[in-house]
Ligand binder design. Structure first.
Ligand SMILES: *Cc1c(COP(=O)(O)O)cnc(C)c1O
Ligand code: SF4
Length: 337
């Protein structure tokens, strides 16, 4: 398949913040760039008013020109199917609102917590379970961060902090360096994890400033990327991953199983192979969270199990992600199978 244009190497002098403020923010602009027409794709402003369209330019470059079924385009284009109301799909599908002990913290699993670092994402993924998250209640001042840190201090069972969001790497490095330093002073915290899609959609995010604080912490860092399709992987991303690994940081990937995007065994096998080539290990393959507006992406459990069995038959065990589901009220992710 031809990707348009050819993937560019990472430009270490390019400013990720400039790319972040320069995202495509209208349906017409996106489709124009791809030589497509809105009515051919059931694109609709009505869906974009509920959850805006937002796509960084490097991600657009990975899409195939003229292909209305491009698997990257489908992840970001607001379409009429989003307006369907399905009573099995809710606005808080994983039951997070009852595990929000102080603003900025989601403590649902016993010994690890999510810290909602930044309400912003670099990209708006149409299937995202956070599209209805009450970020305004979780927007933090430094005083509130002290309260969150105080909470962590009183819970000796917590040994891992996960920077989450939104996208935590949308926050600036000075803040992240400060917060990480504060966490380091809490003795029972051993590990730091960063769940992010930013290095995928804006590879320039993995710059010297990021590596500087991330490689100088006593907390053992792991970066968990979010890549759903092999076409998202380009040389810029691979170079960023290399730099992280040279700094001793483990790099994993989680995907969401999405109808019409990656719901065939061939696509998932290819994804695992390409992740490995780029130095990234598959971690989780998530069942879609039943979030309102995303029911058209749902892959039924029976099909998911069938696809999973096929990829397991074709891949070495270490390239098979765990097929999991996040269930409200459970104390860990639930393995399917
Ligand atoms: C997914 C998730 C975690 C991390 O789970 P792991 O299985 O350790 O990757 C932690 N807290 C919440 C609320 C989560 O949804
Ligand atoms: S939280 Fe992740 S999946 Fe959701 S919109 Fe942001 S980048 Fe996409």
């Amino acid at each position: 398949m031809s990707i348009n244009p050819i993937s560019q190497p990472i430009n270490l002098h390019s400013d990720w913040k400039a790319e972040l403020s320069n995202c495509v923010s209208s349906i017409d602009e996106l489709l124009n760039q791809l030589g497509l027409k809105p009515h051919d794709l059931n694109a609709t402003q009505q869906a974009a008013r509920k959850f805006p369209i937002k796509v960084p330019q490097p991600f657009v470059q990975q899409m195939e020109y003229g292909n209305p079924n491009d698997p990257l385009l489908k992840q970001v284009l607001p379409i009429t199917s989003e307006l369907q109301v399905d009573s099995n799909f809710s606005t808080d599908p994983v039951g997070e609102s009852s595990f929000n002990p102080v603003p900025g913290i989601v403590h649902k699993y016993r010994n690890r917590v999510l810290m909602i670092i930044s309400p912003n994402c670099a990209i708006n993924c149409r299937y995202c379970f956070r599209r209805h998250f009450p970020y305004d209640d979780n927007r933090q001042s430094k005083q509130q961060w002290f309260k969150a840190l105080d909470y962590l201090k009183t819970k000796p069972e917590i040994n891992e902090v996960i920077y989450s969001g939104g996208d935590p790497l949308a926050a600036n490095d000075n803040f992240l360096r400060w917060l990480t330093g504060e966490l380091e002073s809490i003795q029972h915290i051993k590990r730091l994890r960063i769940h992010t899609r930013l290095p995928v959609v804006i590879p320039a995010r993995v710059d010297d400033q990021l590596l500087n604080w991330l490689s100088n912490t006593r907390l053992k860092p792991t970066v968990v990327l979010h890549i759903n399709h092999a076409n998202e992987i380009n040389t810029g991303l691979s170079q960023g991953v290399n730099r992280l690994k040279q700094a001793g940081i483990m790099v994993l990937n989680q995907s969401v199983l999405l109808k019409g995007i990656n719901d065939t065994s061939d696509q998932l096998i290819n994804l695992s192979e390409k992740l490995f080539d780029a130095g990234i290990m598959p971690y989780y393959l998530h069942m879609l969270d039943p979030v309102q507006g995303a029911s058209h992406f749902d892959v039924p459990k029976d099909s998911a199990v069938e696809i999973f069995n096929q990829i397991q038959a074709e891949l070495p065990g270490f390239l098979v992600p765990k097929l999991v589901q996040e269930r409200a009220g459970e104390t860990s992710k639930s393995l399917i199978l």
